[in-house]
Each structure stands twice: as structure tokens, then as C-alpha cells.
Write a protein that binds this ligand. Structure first.
Ligand SMILES: Cc1cc2nc3c(=O)[nH]c(=O)nc-3n(C[C@H](O)[C@H](O)[C@H](O)COP(=O)(O)OP(=O)(O)OC[C@H]3O[C@@H](n4cnc5c(N)ncnc54)[C@H](O)[C@@H]3O)c2cc1C
Length: 269
């Protein structure tokens, strides 16, 4: 999610900007262009009534003749004992939201791709020590990030390892890991899970939108789904060669919005 991204350094026009700042700019721009921004309203259901789509929150409903799904992804979980129990008490899925709470503490990040590497580097600014626990024997982050990880003395990469259990009392105290068949307990105050994300496609699936084998929404080059009037954009789709980035999501969003406009005007492709 854009707002959870620490520093964005690859979005054209903004050499370095935090995800929160960039989100704010997007919102301000949308409002200035006349968009009715209904932020922070969780959508509970979507259904079709005649040729109108109805979107409901817990209290309100909104309807329209077209719909664009742009719900992104949600974090994949470890599904190990203690993970749910200590969520919000040391277990976190958002380093930019919670990382600063662990100033001068010891933390661990689980994962080995760009998100995990970025999280570990972010934590290293605040924590006295950061373990990066990864199941493979080498990181799969971009080379520039891997170099930064290797150059950062506070980060210790624990290869060939899987977390088995989170332990603690009021809050997290340790994580039990398995390294090549051997169990070990690392004393940590926080555990950040960065093992990827799954597309938020439940609402689309219930509406009958076609999903691919990875649970992403199947879209045409015009960002149209199999249901007339329904479009999709961003990480939730199988578009853009699945190069999940802000730039590609914005591009897909522009195409989806134009397609919705053409649909409403009855313009045929
Ligand atoms: C740690 C991390 C670092 C990243 N760094 C970069 C980077 O440096 N540069 C880059 O280009 N990309 C980066 N990305 C990827 C980028 O954030 C995504 O590709 C992009 O945000 C996808 O945009 P989106 O609009 O599809 O989804 P999102 O940005 O995820 O937006 C989806 C929105 O829908 C909301 N939503 C979901 N379900 C519901 C519901 N039922 N009701 C109401 N709202 C709902 C979510 O809360 C969210 O606000 C990073 C991602 C991560 C996780």
C-alpha cells in the first residue's frame, strides 16, 4: 500500500518522498479535480442490481453504472503459533507504521525480497539490532538493496531459516526458528512479517469477476473485466506484467478511468 511505503525513490517527478506524503498529494490532487474522496470507509459488499452496481459500507451505500476495483493487496501471514496472539504487541506487518516504536530494541524481519530488505534497512535506523530471517541461502532483493543490507552492521541475515513460533508474555520476547533442521530461539522485541501479499479480490470474486490462478483480476488491455462496466487497476490485477509498482498502478488507473468514461458515454472500441 502506498501509504505504508517508507521512502519512494522511483516515482517520476519525486526523487525521494515518503509513501504517506505521496498518498496525501494524490488525495489533494483528486479533491482539487473534483473527486468525491470517501476515504477510510471499509467496503463490505458489492452487488449488481439491474445495470447499476451498489457498494456498501457498514452504514452507507453508493451506486453507479461503472465500478473500478483498485483494492491492492494485503499482507501474507506466517500462520505460526503466537503470530495472531502477539499481533499489535510486537508482531507487525507495517514497518513504516510501527518501526519507530522499537527504538534501541532488537527486531526481526521475516522475508528476503525487496519489501523485507527495505523493512530491515528502515529498522536499522532505529533499532540496536535487526535479524533478517530468510528461508533461502541468498537474498532475492535488488542488488542495490542487498549491498546496503550487507554494508549495514546492525543487520544480521539468518539464512536457510523458517520461523516456527512467536513467544512472549505481555509482548513479544522471542521467535523460535529452524535452521537446517535445528531449532534456535532469537530474543527479539518485535517481529515484522514481509513475505509478500495476496490480492484483495474477495469482493470482486463474489460479484463474479474472473480471477486468475494467483487470485488476481483478469483484465483486458483496457482494464476491463469479464463483467460489463467493471474495470480494475493496480496490484489487484494481472496487468503490467505484474510489475507491482506505484507507476504501473497509476498507469492502469488512468486506463481504467478512461475506459469507464468511454463505457458511460457509449463509445465503442
Ligand atoms: C514495503 C513496500 C515498499 C514499496 N516500495 C515501493 C516503491 O519504492 N516504489 C513503488 O513504485 N512501489 C513500491 N511498492 C509497491 C506499491 O506500494 C504498490 O504497487 C502500489 O501501492 C499499488 O497500488 P494500488 O492502488 O493497486 O494498491 P494500494 O496502494 O494497496 O491501495 C489499495 C487501497 O484499497 C484499500 N482497500 C482494500 N480493501 C478495501 C475495502 N474493502 N474497503 C475500502 N478500502 C479498501 C486499501 O486500504 C488501500 O488503501 C512497495 C510496496 C511495499 C509493500
Amino acid at each position: 500500500m502506498v501509504s505504508e511505503t517508507s521512502t519512494v525513490e522511483n516515482y517520476l517527478g519525486f526523487p525521494s518522498i515518503t509513501g504517506a506524503e505521496l498518498s496525501k498529494k494524490f488525495e489533494e490532487h483528486a479533491r482539487a479535480a473534483g473527486a468525491d474522496v470517501l476515504l477510510y470507509k471499509g467496503i463490505m459488499s458489492v452487488k449488481k442490481a439491474g445495470n447499476v452496481f451498489e457498494v456498501r459500507t457498514d452504514k452507507e451505500s453508493y451506486s453507479g453504472r461503472t465500478l473500478i476495483f483498485a483494492l491492492g493487496t494485503k499482507r501474507r501471514q506466517l500462520e505460526i503459533p503466537g503470530e495472531k496472539e502477539f499481533r499489535g504487541r510486537g508482531v507487525s506487518y507495517c514497518v513504516t507504521c510501527d518501526g519507530a516504536l522499537f527504538r534501541d530494541k532488537t527486531t526481526a524481519v521475516v522475508g528476503g525480497r525487496n519489501a523485507a530488505a527495505t523493512a530491515a534497512l528502515f529498522l536499522a535506523k532505529h533499532c540496536k539490532k535487526v535479524y533478517l530471517i530468510y528461508r533461502r541461502d541468498r537474498l532475492r532483493s535488488d542488488s542495490i538493496l542487498t549491498k546496503r543490507i550487507n554494508d549495514e552492521e546492525k543487520i544480521e541475515v539468518v539464512y536457510n531459516s523458517n520461523p516456527l513460533e512467536v513467544k512472549g508474555d505481555k509482548s513479544v520476547k522471542s521467535v523460535v526458528i529452524e535452521t537446517r533442521g535445528r531449532k534456535k530461539e532469537l530474543a527479539v522485541d518485535g517481529l515484522f512479517v514481509e513475505i509478500g501479499a495476496v490480492p484483495s479480490t474477495e469482493l470482486a470474486g463474489k460479484l463474479g469477476v474472473k480471477l486468475n490462478g494467483e487470485n488476481r483480476i483478469e483484465v483486458s488491455p483496457a482494464m476491463a473485466t469479464n463483467i460489463r462496466g467493471v474495470f480494475a487497476a493496480g496490484d489487484i490485477t494481472n496487468g503490467s506484467n505484474k510489475f507491482d509498482q506505484i507507476a504501473t498502478s497509476v498507469g492502469e488507473g488512468a486506463i481504467a478511468a478512461n475506459s469507464a468514461f468511454r463505457f458511460l458515454r457509449g463509445i465503442k472500441d
